[in-house]
Write a protein that binds this ligand. Structure first.
Ligand code: OGA
Ligand code: MN
Length: 227
C-alpha cells in the first residue's frame, strides 16, 4: 500500500519546462460548434489532437455518482487536505487508491475500462481517487512514464472543471477540456505524453470565454501499465 502511494506521488512531479507562463492566442476555436467540450489554439490542433482526447459528457448518472461518493467519502473524510507542499504539482488535495469496490461501483468502473482501454490491456490495479478542495488545483505536469501507460481515463464528480493541455515544447499549442460534473475524459498517446495537463483553479476557470465555477471536485482515475 505504502509503495503504491509513493508511486502515485511520483506522478505529480511537474515537468520543469511547464512552469513558464502560457502564451495564449486570443479566443479558443471550436471544431464542433456550441456544445463542444474541447477548444484549442487552432482548428487544426483540435482536429489532430482531438482523436487522442475524448470528453464524454454525462457518462455516469446522478445515481452512479451518488454510489461512488457513498463508497469514497468515509475514507476521504478521515484525511486532511494538503496545501503546504510548495513543490507538489497538486495543491489542496487529499487522495487515496482503491483496488476492491462494491458491486455498483465495480460496474461503473468496468464501463470506464471497456470504453477507454483495448480489451486485454494490463491496467494499473488500484484506481486513483483525487479529492480537490474548492481552492485546490493541479499544476501542469505529465504523468510518470515509468508507472503509467499510454492512456488515462478519469471520471469527474461533484463539480465542473477545466482541464488544460499545453504542448510541452511549444506553449502556443493548447487545448481546453470542459470536464462537466459526471463526465468521463480520456487522454491517449501524444495527448498524454507530449502535452502537460492541469486542472485550473476556481479564479481561472473559464472555458471558451465562459466562466465555469469550480467547487470541490473528486476524480476517479483509471490508468494502464507501461507497455
Ligand atoms: C493526476 C491528474 C487529473 C484529474 O492525478 O495526475 O492529472 O482529473 N489528475 O484529477
Ligand atoms: Mn496527471
Amino acid at each position: 500500500m505504502k509503495l503504491l502511494l509513493a508511486a502515485l506521488k511520483h506522478i505529480h512531479k511537474p515537468a520543469a519546462s511547464c512552469r513558464q507562463q502560457l502564451r495564449r492566442s486570443s479566443g479558443g476555436l471550436s471544431a464542433l460548434g456550441e456544445e463542444a467540450a474541447v477548444v484549442g489554439s487552432s482548428r487544426e490542433l483540435v482536429r489532430r489532437l482531438g482523436s487522442r482526447v475524448e470528453v464524454r459528457t454525462g457518462f455516469i448518472s446522478e445515481e452512479e455518482e451518488a454510489a461512488l461518493l457513498l463508497e469514497l467519502e468515509p475514507g476521504l473524510k478521515k484525511k486532511r487536505y494538503e496545501f503546504d507542499h510548495w513543490d507538489d504539482a497538486i495543491h489542496g488535495y487529499r487522495e487515496t487508491e482503491r483496488v476492491r469496490w462494491g458491486a455498483a461501483c465495480e460496474e461503473i468502473l468496468n464501463r470506464v475500462r471497456s470504453e477507454a482501454f483495448p480489451e486485454g490491456s494490463s491496467l494499473l490495479g488500484p484506481v486513483h481517487v483525487l479529492d480537490l478542495d474548492k481552492t485546490g488545483f493541479i499544476k501542469p505536469h505529465i504523468d510518470s512514464v515509468k508507472f503509467c501507460g499510454s492512456t488515462i481515463a478519469g471520471l469527474s464528480l461533484l463539480s465542473d472543471s477545466i482541464m488544460r493541455l499545453v504542448k510541452e515544447n511549444d506553449s502556443s499549442e493548447w487545448l481546453d477540456l470542459l470536464l462537466s460534473r459526471r463526465s468521463l475524459y480520456i487522454l491517449r498517446d501524444e495527448a498524454r505524453y507530449d502535452f502537460t495537463h492541469e486542472i485550473l483553479k476556481d479564479e481561472e476557470s473559464v472555458f471558451n470565454g465562459q466562466r465555469v465555477p469550480r467547487d470541490r471536485r473528486i476524480s476517479v482515475i483509471c490508468r494502464n501499465l507501461p507497455g
